[in-house]
Design a protein around this ligand. Structure first.
Ligand code: ADP
Length: 403
């Protein structure tokens, strides 16, 4: 029998899971349990061509994990719990302790609990998810895959902020970077495509969350997110890079608390802050209707992407093997890809291949490919990211290495 592995991604009120057959990486089933902790919790599971749905109040992640296992068994997706050989958990923050995925034991779980100050929005749900899966599958190995791990190769010059050094030594204030699982996946795909390990890449992961990573010789050298995912690019609802003095200024002028300001910067800024919409498709629809705020939001959004590409081009001394576009917006929207390439075309000597660009993404024939012309100095690739497959690969590898 083929081994089955689960990937679990817990939010504060959700549990997303994918069941894989390994080592083939074939997806057996995918599910999403939502509104955990509320009266109207519900779930949807895709299995073969079926959609399995259900609803009942789920008090916590433990109840959600039990529903997941129950549905997997009652729908004959698995026959017994012990068919699941391993569980991989997405964990936001590994701090400076974890530079790779790891088998979860008591110490690792305690470390994740202790790092809740670094990931206050994510860690509580993730910790609940780990404990719930440990309770439901007590004999199954559980692996933590950290979103920060890939970036632990960054040199000091990238991760130290120019603030009192004690903030780093005493409080661990530094750049950690996020979307590491996605950037690692894209790096490994590009290593295969370019047939070399020491690739130099500029990876633009632009979805509702967005970050750009500079990969030097196959390793993360710098990235746009910081201590938290708020820094760097303009995002759907996050401001990205701003003058930190704005925080005190708004506290004084608008009599807002620190929590209120941070909430505004995380939830009501970015595209949403400027034009009221955070989903990129809605922003494009507003632009089509001639909405000036949406046009401005798009300009600022694109500008922030271009500035980061420029920074990393210099970090790599211009020796860039490829620029990669990935995640919801750049995988699908042909117009924004074309605009970005046209904006960097003359300084970088790269030219859009319209035919190929227009054929990649949602509603088009292809999902990936090169979207620049052959005479471009640097090729630009579109590659769909797959964080889940990266998690299951690490989970499979660690479990099979430790046995
Ligand atoms: P996250 O994983 O951070 O939630 P995604 O990578 O799923 O984000 O990206 C979500 C973003 O991608 C949204 O802004 C959405 O509008 C955009 N997006 C998804 N599909 C399309 C599409 N077909 N065309 C344009 N934008 C899209």
């Amino acid at each position: 029998m083929k081994d089955k592995y689960l990937v679990v991604n817990c939010g504060s009120s959700s549990l997303k899971f994918s069941l894989y057959e390994m080592p083939s990486e074939a997806i057996i089933a995918k599910g999403y349990i939502e509104k955990i902790g509320l009266d109207d919790s519900f779930w949807t599971i895709s299995y073969r061509d079926e959609k399995i749905t259900g609803a009942k109040k789920l008090d916590n992640h433990k109840a959600a994990a039990e529903v997941m296992i129950q549905e997997l068994i009652s729908n004959n997706i698995i026959r017994k719990m012990n068919e699941i050989k391993g569980v991989g958990h997405r964990v936001l923050h590994g701090g400076e302790i974890y530079s790779d995925s790891v088998l979860i034991d008591d110490k690792v779980l305690q470390d994740i609990i202790d790092m809740t100050n670094l990931g206050p929005l994510h860690h509580p749900g993730e910790i609940d998810g780990i404990k719930a899966m440990q309770a439901s599958l007590p004999n199954t190995s559980q692996i933590a895959v950290f979103d920060t791990a890939f970036h632990q190769t960054m040199p000091e010059v990238s991760y130290i902020y120019a603030v009192p050094y004690e903030w780093y030594t005493k409080y661990k204030v530094r750049k950690y970077g996020f979307h590491g699982t996605s950037h690692k996946y894209i790096t490994s795909e590009m290593q295969k495509k370019l047939q070399k390990e020491d690739v130099n890449l500029i990876i633009c992961h632009v979805g509702s969350g967005a970050s750009i990573t500079c990969v030097k010789e196959g390793k993360s050298y710098d990235t746009s997110m910081g201590l938290t995912p708020l820094d760097g690019l303009v995002m759907g609802t996050r401001s990205g890079r701003i003058d930190p003095s704005i925080i005190k200024f708004m506290a004084d002028e608008a009599h807002m608390s620190l929590d209120e300001i941070m909430n505004e910067l995380n939830k009501n800024s970015g595209l949403k802050g400027i034009c009221g919409k955070n989903d990129f498709r809605d922003v494009m629809a507003l632009i089509k209707d001639g909405n000036k705020q949406a046009t401005l939001a798009l300009q600022i959004f694109i500008d922030s992407i271009i500035k980061h590409i420029g920074e990393y081009y210099f970090d790599l001394d211009g020796r860039v093997d490829a620029i990669v576009f990935t995640a919801g917006i750049l995988e699908n929207n042909t117009a924004i890809r074309e605009t970005i390439i046209n904006r960097i075309s003359s300084p970088l000597g790269i030219y859009i291949n319209k035919l190929s660009n227009d054929n990649i993404g949602y509603g088009h024939d292809l999902k990936e490919g090169i979207i620049t012309t052959d005479n471009s100095k640097i090729p630009v690739y579109v590659i769909p990211t797959d964080e889940e497959v990266m998690i299951v690969r690490d989970t499979y590898k660690i479990i099979n290495e430790t046995e």
